[in-house]
Ligand binder design. Structure first.
Ligand SMILES: Nc1nc2c(c(=O)[nH]1)N[C@H]1C(S)=C(S)[C@@H](COP(=O)(O)OP(=O)(O)OC[C@H]3O[C@@H](n4cnc5c(=O)[nH]c(N)nc54)[C@H](O)[C@@H]3O)O[C@H]1N2
Ligand SMILES: Nc1nc2c(c(=O)[nH]1)N[C@H]1C(S)=C(S)[C@@H](COP(=O)(O)OP(=O)(O)OC[C@H]3O[C@@H](n4cnc5c(=O)[nH]c(N)nc54)[C@H](O)[C@@H]3O)O[C@H]1N2
Ligand code: SF4
Ligand SMILES: [Mo]
Length: 858
């Protein structure tokens, strides 16, 4: 305990030191940036060494990084020479600054990186139809003019759609510009998946567990301070929700909350919150939850030891016991009898659970007593434990635990997802961005290919059309945009094989990403620092906007410009897809931005806009009255709603339903929380594998059981270790992984437990070879006590980098090892993979910061 007190004191100290620093800045930021905040003013507070004048502007930090913060840059002579973060107001626990992380603060090293792609280019041995397709990924590059490059993309598009139809085009990634352009020319085959959310993606709505997926499943951060016990079940905000989230959790700690983490890793969150760590095997959280729920039932005594909230189950749920089954369901299929093993002969005791999940039976009982015996508990999970194959049962089990203990719908009580930008702070958005004003363009082709069979679909020519039946498809053109599918989706080796098969591959990219590397044509794209600007939400209390920092570097073009040029070449009027300019889109977002009024119900426009503003911007618009002048929002880069306890912006998830379940039903078919959910079961019959209507333990593909050759005899197989992919601080997925400064700060090892390393004679820092049936990869080992034996932690997102001679990757790409096998409703299964490791007897691996960058010289 003493230790945590000193930890928090240290934390507060450094925070206070920063306040002194930032309040000094606050004086200078009163000067509107448009008039030029001079570097000299920075000298006054002693942090900048620049001598000339410069301008501070808010710059985009636009990645899918798990946070959203203010990112300011000092521009001098068209180059960004410094960065800083939120100094727009004083920092306090109720009204925290939105401070950036190491990645955001290194953004300029990405934008101005020596490896930026400068010109359009083609693969040397490319020819119409593909040429030497097997050379994709290792061919040389030839510089092209934009005209030449676009001519090739247009003529191949025409040739391929003429020969095979538009279905032959597969567009990956979320960029609306290219998707809309391709829709306008006749459409494309789309792919879909539940990448972030895993099994939460298609379960929550049917079960009625609120809007548990994204924003409204747990209470807001100020109410979090009312929780007595906070269980972080597979959630590590200190790594994956940068910004103010950890600070918010520390306020709950200060208010007296105790923390438990249930995770294969002893995380930095566990460390900073001084949590009790319960190591659990990946993909077995459902078993642990069943063991806990069995204990609750077993030890419950309504008068002397009330652990189960029977009133809650009775009033708000269906399916718990045979008296609460929906009409038409077999009463024997109730959850209580499943737990007790009444009909299947297997009670889900802590002893049963322990064998699977690796948590001692006594610890399981202790967890049950703590969770069941504490009045106000926050049961918080991130998406990671559900990013597993066959993960739906976990989502059902976790939610049911919250219902059994009544930890939903009250102050300090919550059960749901706490992840990404919204971690620990949910509720309706206090600010919303306006739309861009572009027309919606529908893709005339309805092919929906699951990401866990997208490479198989290319190679085998068939796939399961979503919730329908098998369809044939002949993909011959892959157009990659804004996501890095070949790197971030399962089974990279199979993905590369698929890339070697098709006739044409194009990527818009600003560095030679994995997608780009395996392409025929690469179009250099401008970063968001080089586009007109945009408005973006983050946590519910903020709205951030950024404007253009520099003109597009080298010959790069924005995604919109590329899409427009391509439409032109294909004989379409770009105005049909892009009737307004990028500046007008930015302006529309600003003018349509809304902020919640003090009453906590109504919204008003955020920006006051004058006719003078409209003239200066050179856009179409009408003057409006809002809360702050447009200029102020643009100059400050953020508007944050001040918060304090007792204000009208607090949020208790499901409160309306709990207060009056008839008047405010939840989203399920019955309007109640469905422990027995027929809809899930029905839906799964049209998908990849059947999901039981009640939470049930399911053996996972490439899960713990699959590490055994003979489960009964407890004989381990060829790939005896489970692998997980924690989201890693040096990058946002694969983005920013090419920044040398970040590589130096976070060396990207593979985490191996001391026990496992000792058994294999591997010492800390030594190179190990990871392998399974799909691939081999080299990494330096970080031998630690902070990962559960039997589990290997390979950080998510490192760029694959094969040695052409040996076929061994040296980058440590996680998806080399993840199976390409769709299960359940087609959810992502990243955290269920199995591998072996051994000491590498060859040359030790050099730190990747020392590797040559992917710089293309012509
Ligand atoms: N094994 C494993 N795999 C995982 C996960 C895991 O935990 N384990 N996590 C999954 C999750 S949660 C997610 S969200 C996905 C993320 O998957 P992706 O979205 O594929 O992730 P990124 O690597 O960030 O890819 C974004 C790409 O867009 C590019 N880009 C950035 N800005 C622009 C732009 O303005 N224009 C264009 N054209 N391109 C741009 C970047 O250079 C980068 O190549 O990964 C999933 N994959
Ligand atoms: N630094 C950084 N932050 C990010 C991102 C990034 O790439 N880098 N990506 C962002 C995105 S798009 C997303 S979706 C979020 C995802 O965020 P999360 O879903 O939270 O994912 P992770 O951070 O990988 O995992 C959280 C914790 O779950 C644990 N875990 C993994 N598998 C299991 C399991 O089976 N059971 C249990 N109990 N625990 C498990 C991990 O050890 C880790 O401590 O992160 C966001 N934040
Ligand atoms: S958390 Fe995301 S938005 Fe915030 S600074 Fe880091 S990279 Fe940028
Ligand atoms: Mo994600």
């Amino acid at each position: 305990m003493l230790d945590i007190v000193s930890k928090i004191n240290d934390f507060k100290m450094s925070r206070r030191a920063f306040i002194g620093w930032s309040s000094a800045i606050a004086v200078t930021t009163a000067i509107p940036v448009s008039r030029g905040l001079v570097a000299k003013a920075e000298n006054n507070i002693g942090i900048a060494e620049t001598d000339g004048e410069g301008i501070w502007k808010t710059a985009a930090c636009w990645h899918n990084c798990g946070g959203r913060c203010v990112n300011k840059v000092l521009i001098k002579d068209g180059v960004v020479i410094r960065q800083k973060t939120d100094d727009t107001h004083e920092d306090s626990p109720d009204f925290p600054q939105q401070r950036g992380c190491l990645r955001g603060r290194s953004q300029r090293h990405q934008v101005f990186n020596a490896d930026r792609l400068k010109y359009p280019m083609k693969r040397k041995n490319w020819a119409p139809g593909g040429g030497k397709k097997e050379l994709r990924g290792k061919d040389q590059w030839v510089r092209l003019s934009w005209d030449e490059a676009l001519d090739i993309v247009a003529s191949e598009t025409k040739r391929i759609t003429g020969k095979y139809g538009n279905e032959a085009i597969m567009v990956t990634g979320g960029d609306a510009n290219i998707r809309n352009a391709m829709s306008a020319i006749g459409g494309f085959s789309a792919c879909y998946g539940s990448s972030s959310w895993g099994a939460w993606r298609w379960i929550w709505e049917n079960m009625g567990v609120g809007e548990g997926l994204i924003v409204n499943g747990i209470n807001d951060r100020i109410d979090l301070r009312n929780s007595q016990l906070i269980v972080l079940w597979g959630a590590n905000p200190a790594w994956s929700s940068m910004g103010s989230v950890t600070y918010n959790f520390l306020q709950a700690k200060k208010a007296g909350a105790r923390f438990i983490t249930i995770d294969p890793l002893y995380t930095d969150s566990a460390n900073v919150f001084d949590a009790d760590w319960v190591p659990v095997r990946p993909g077995t959280d459902d078993a642990l939850a069943f063991g806990i729920m069995y204990t609750l039932l077993d030890e419950d005594n309504p008068t002397t030891n009330p652990l189960v909230k029977w009133d809650f189950l009775d009033k708000y749920t269906i399916g718990f016991d045979e008296d609460h089954m929906p009409e038409g369901a077999d009463p024997k299929d109730n959850f209580k009898d499943y737990l007790l093993g009444t009909y299947d002969g297997q009670p889900k005791t802590p002893e049963w659970a322990a064998e699977i999940c690796g948590v001692e039976p006594s610890k399981i009982r202790e967890l049950a007593r703590e969770i069941g015996g504490t009045e106000r508990v926050a049961l918080l999970t991130a998406w990671a434990p559900a990013r597993i194959a066959n993960g739906e049962g976990w989502v059902q089990a976790f939610s049911t635990l919250g219902m059994m203990t009544g930890q939903m719908g009250g102050s300090g009580k919550m059960t749901g997802v706490s992840c990404w930008e919204y971690a620990g702070n949910m509720g309706p958005f206090l600010l919303t961005a306006g739309g861009k004003g572009l027309p919606a363009i529908t893709n005339p082709i309805d092919n929906q290919i699951n990401e866990n069979e997208m490479w198989d679909a290319v190679l085998d020519g068939k796939f399961l059309q979503r919730y329908e039946k098998e369809r044939n498809v002949n993909i011959q053109f892959i157009y990659h945009n804004y996501e890095n599918h070949l790197q971030t989706r399962s089974n990279i080796a199979k993905g590369i094989k698929a890339h070697h098969e098709v006739e044409f591959v194009v990527t818009n990219a600003y560095a030679l990403t994995t997608n780009a590397k395996y392409s025929d044509i690469v179009l250099p794209v401008a970063t968001q620092w080089e586009t007109a600007g945009a408005v973006k939400g983050g946590n519910r209390e903020i709205l951030i906007n950024w404007s253009k920092i520099i003109e597009p570097l080298y010959e790069s073009k924005t995604d919109q410009e590329i899409a427009e040029a391509l439409l032109q070449k294909l004989g379409k009027d770009p105005k049909e897809v892009f009737p307004i300019t990028a500046e007008q889109q930015y302006f529309n977002q600003l003018s349509g931005s809304m902020v919640m009024k003090e009453n906590g119900v109504d919204y008003e426009p955020l920006c006051t806009i004058t006719s003078q503003d409209i003239k200066e911007w050179g856009v179409e618009g009408t003057p409006q009255k809002g809360r702050i002048p447009l200029k102020e929002f643009v100059d400050t880069g953020i508007y944050q709603v001040p918060r304090k306890p007792g204000d009208n912006f607090g949020f208790i998830a499901y409160k309306d339903f709990i207060d009056d379940p008839e008047a405010n039903p939840v989203s399920s078919e019955s309007g109640k929380f469905e422990i027995y959910c027929k809809a899930i079961n029905e839906l799964s019959k049209t998908a990849y594998s059947e999901i039981a209507p009640i939470p049930k333990y399911e053996v996972k593909v490439h899960g713990y059981e699959a590490t055994f050759e003979d489960w009964e005899a407890k004989k381990k197989g060829k790939y005896p270790y489970q692998m997980i992919n924690p989201h890693y601080l040096r990058r946002s997925h694969s983005t920013l992984d090419n920044v040398p400064q970040l590589r130096e700060a976070w060396p990207n090892p593979v985490y191996i437990s001391r026990k496992d390393a000792d058994e294999k004679g591997v010492k800390d820092g030594e190179t190990v070879l990871l392998s399974n049936e799909y691939a081999k990869s080299l990494r330096p080992a970080a031998v630690v006590e902070t990962i559960m034996p039997g589990v290997i932690g390979l950080p998510h997102g490192a760029w694959v980098d094969f040695d052409e001679k040996t076929g061994i990757d040296r980058g440590g790409a996680d998806n080399l090892f993840v199976p390409h096998i769709p299960k359940g409703l087609g959810s992502s299964g990243f955290n269920t993979a199995r591998v072996n490791f051994e000491k590498w007897e060859g040359e030790p691996l050099e730190e990747d910061v020392k590797w040559e960058q992917r710089i293309i010289k012509f």
